[in-house]
Design a protein around this ligand. Structure first.
Ligand code: HEC
Length: 153
């Protein structure tokens, strides 16, 4: 516990509460499974853009297999750069044309043992980050409303 300064009544509890808040945020970032959801706001209460939230969610839920920079590893195909998002691929039964297809596939299949377990918002920001890095022109925030208009090539 941090030193509690003698400030009297309320102020002192504010100090304790913010110290507890800070450690809860730290704990939340360590070793959590993919089920946790984000609300687009970090521990300090500052809203984060789709790209930043996507980086965070990608690293927690996908990077272990697809690589830190989406370069692909072993059986997991690349998701950024050369060879990423091919229209068809052996082992995938749907074609990738737009970001809406990417979303449908990912929600249905990824992460492999926990498919569909992330919140929709997590899948969207992950795709926002991946497709942006892959060089696609995106709306301010990729979503169900605009994904069909974003082509993958
Ligand atoms: C446990 C390892 C693992 C994790 C974690 C994982 N993937 Fe995958 N992913 C794979 C494998 C293996 C394939 C190839 C599946 C196949 O051949 O049917 C794949 C395929 C894909 C594809 C299809 C690529 C293509 O070109 O056909 C996408 C897109 C994808 N993953 C996105 C994600 C996203 C987004 C996440 C995080 C939410 C994620 N994956 C988490 C292993 C993983």
């Amino acid at each position: 516990m941090p030193t509690v300064v003698r400030l009297g009544g309320m102020a002192r509890w504010d100090v304790i509460a913010s110290a507890l808040g800070a450690s809860a945020v730290l704990l939340a970032g360590v070793g959590c499974g993919p089920k946790m959801t984000t609300v687009g706001v970090s521990g300090d209460g500052i809203p984060r853009d789709a790209w930043s939230r996507g980086v965070y969610e990608y690293n927690r839920n996908c990077a272990g297999c697809h690589g830190e920079n989406g370069e692909g590893e072993d059986d997991a195909p690349p998701l950024i750069g050369e060879g990423a998002w091919p229209q068809t691929r052996d082992g995938r039964d749907m074609a990738f044309e737009t970001a809406a297809d990417a979303y449908a596939y990912v929600k249905e299949n990824m992460p492999p043992m926990e498919a569909g377990e992330l919140a929709d918002g997590q899948y969207w920001v992950i795709l926002h980050y991946l497709l942006k890095e892959h060089g696609r022109k995106l709306p301010a925030e990729l979503s169900a409303e605009n994904a069909a208009g974003v082509t993958l090539r």
